[in-house]
Design a protein around this ligand. Structure first.
Ligand code: FAD
Ligand code: DLZ
Ligand code: SF4
Length: 518
């Protein structure tokens, strides 16, 4: 008999470990374990999502004829870890071998790699073919380049999949990329269509009760929990996105509007990352809508680029850079994470709204993550490992393979530019251009110094100043340095003092929010 453990982010009926297996010869094992629910103190909604999706998936597998062992979190014999539960299952079932799809996180993969020896049976680790680019191909691509630029990887992925490609091997519309059409400020007076909501059924309600009890001290609220927890619900959300929001996705991809938590975004990342949807099926749905004429090319291309470009590139970079990525700190930042990242209590309207969205929905869209919360942390010199812990805790789509490169590479530039060609640093002017936050803010986005000055302004210049030795060699930073160096010495001193006063006024978060204090 073959034992097939399935992890909480592997909830796909087409999972590679199930291919070609005789149902009568196999036992599938799903495990709710304390180690996974608490290695960081995840947002409550993330725990509800995973446990509910696991329970639904186990029921679907049984209905499909599989024999499933399901270990619940409150099982009195639960050992609390993947290794402990797999060991118990091997003792109970005496399988002749074990097969598992490779893990999405380094720490889990390392544990799995030790199983064959500790269990004394063969363990077959199968590649995760839900990703479009196999890891060996990514490593080969990376080895052939001096600079690991996403755009060149993306073009290769377009050719690999044939998505938005013409028979003569040229990109549809004659261009690979329509990014310049995708930077419109927020739409005025245009009705927004919120993503479809999925009311918690009896299984989800039971998990909500469990989480409200056992994890009540974790960050976040569950009042708005409405995420898909089955493949059928995730497919419905995909259809809803393609019909209602994808047509404007491209144009308003970088926009922000106070209180508009999802704008034209898909909200599909939670379903994709735990396996309820595959990257290929969502891209095919977007392409089909373009071919039917219901979605413009800039939207379909923009979305497909996020999926087969960014998402796959980020995953490849994680495995290329680990385990070193855990430790990166290019700027040597040491400031603790400010308290407002947990409480939302700040006068900065952009930050307050982004944290509120995060708390209520375990979600923020890309520009809130990158240009508001991530940008602030980098400008303020926050310790990148504290920033990474925060992101891993608060978003329902966060797993280390996608969170680490996005946070430590893209948003904090803590890898010194392995992933991005320059830091994503912006002053208040950027946020003002791309949102309506500044209109309702107590700070004045036009001012650099003074009581009412937008904190992003002085922090931006102070960041450049503090890190000049590290950044001035970067061609893409020449223009901002040229501007800074046109400021007189008096102005520079005022900016530095303004930044210092603001940073000194920041309250640090109490320890223990992200990881339990030992
Ligand atoms: P949409 O805007 O609708 O985009 C469509 C899809 O494209 C997403 O569902 C996602 O699967 C993919 N995608 C887009 N950009 C990226 C990217 N940079 N990396 C990987 N996939 C991408 N995404 C996560 O899934 N988990 C994370 O923990 C995560 N942490 C992030 C942290 C920071 C600092 C930043 C800047 C980005 C992070 N992202 C993360 C990427 C991106 O912000 C989210 O994927 C996106 O906001 C999810 O919302 P959506 O499904 O509505 O996305
Ligand atoms: C995120 C998560 C949580 C909260 N709980 C579980 C769990 O109890 N059982 C499980 O199999 N997976 C869980 N997960 C997802 C895992 O953390 C994820 O599968 C690994 O990190 C991938 O390497
Ligand atoms: Fe954010 Fe500054 Fe605008 Fe306020 S003024 S919303 S702090 S960018």
């Amino acid at each position: 008999m073959i034992l097939i453990p399935i992890l909480g982010d592997q909830l796909s009926h087409g999972l590679a470990s199930l291919n070609g297996v005789e149902k009568a010869d196999a036992r599938l094992l799903l495990m709710e374990v304390a180690e996974e629910t608490t290695y960081v103190r995840h947002h409550k909604a993330k725990i509800v999502l995973i446990l509910s999706a696991m329970r639904h998936f186990a029921d679907e597998l049984r209905a499909d004829g599989w024999q499933v062992d399901y270990i619940r979190l409150d099982d009195p014999d639960n050992s609390g870890s993947f290794t402990g539960e797999v060991t118990r299952a091997v003792e109970r079932l005496r399988p002749s071998f074990l097969r598992i799809v490779e893990a999405g996180e380094w720490r889990v993969q390392k544990a799995i790699e030790g199983w064959s020896q500790s269990l004394g049976i063969p363990v077959e680790i199968v590649a995760d073919d839900r990703f479009i680019c196999p890891l060996p191909d990514f490593f080969a691509w990376a080895a052939s380049r001096r600079e690991l630029v996403m755009e060149s990887f993306y073009r290769q992925q377009r050719r690999r999949t044939g998505l938005l490609m013409e028979p003569d091997d040229t990109p549809t519309g004659g261009q690979w990329n329509f990014d310049k059409d995708n930077r419109a400020p927020p739409p005025k007076g245009r009705p927004l269509r919120e993503p479809q909501r999925f009311s918690p059924d009896a299984i989800t309600q039971e998990v909500i009760a469990l989480v409200e009890g056992r994890f009540r001290h974790h960050f976040g609220t569950l009042d708005a929990f409405a995420l898909p927890v089955t493949a059928a619900e995730a497919r419905a959300l995909l259809d809803d996105f393609v019909n209602e929001r994808l047509p404007r996705f491209g144009t308003y991809q970088d926009a922000m509007l106070e209180g508009a938590d999802f704008l034209y975004h898909s909200r599909l990342s939670t379903s994709l990352n735990c396996g309820l949807l595959t990257a290929l099926e969502v891209c095919q749905a977007a392409e089909a809508a373009y071919r039917l004429g219901t979605v413009p090319l800039n939207a379909a291309e923009g979305f497909i680029r996020q999926m087969i470009g960014w998402r796959e590139y980020i995953r490849g970079m994680y495995w290329l850079e680990m385990p070193g990525l855990d430790e990166v700190n290019f700027f040597g930042n040491t400031r603790p994470l400010p308290d407002f990242y947990w409480t939302g209590a700040t006068d900065m309207a952009c930050c307050a709204d982004s944290v509120r969205n995060t708390r209520d929905n375990a979600y923020a869209h890309h520009i809130q993550r990158l240009m508001v919360l991530g940008n602030f942390a980098m400008l303020a010199g926050i310790d990148p490992s504290q920033v990474a812990d925060w992101y891993l805790v608060v978003y329902a789509d966060a797993y280390e393979w996608v969170e680490h490169p996005n946070v430590l590479g893209m948003s904090q530039f803590a890898d010194g530019g392995r992933l991005g060609t320059k830091p994503y640093a912006g002053s208040g002017a950027y946020i003002n251009r791309m949102s309506n936050y500044c209109k309702g803010c107590r700070f004045d986005v036009k001012q650099r110094v003074g009581e009412d000055a937008c904190p992003f302004n002085a922090l931006y210049w102070d960041f450049l100043d503090r890190n000049e030795a590290k950044l001035r060699g970067n061609r893409r930073m020449w223009q901002p340095y040229a501007t800074w160096n046109r400021f007189g010495e008096e102005t520079k001193a005022e900016v530095r003092a303004q930044a210092r006063r603001f940073l000194d006024s920041l309250e640090s978060a109490a320890p223990g929010w992200a990881r339990a204090v030992p």
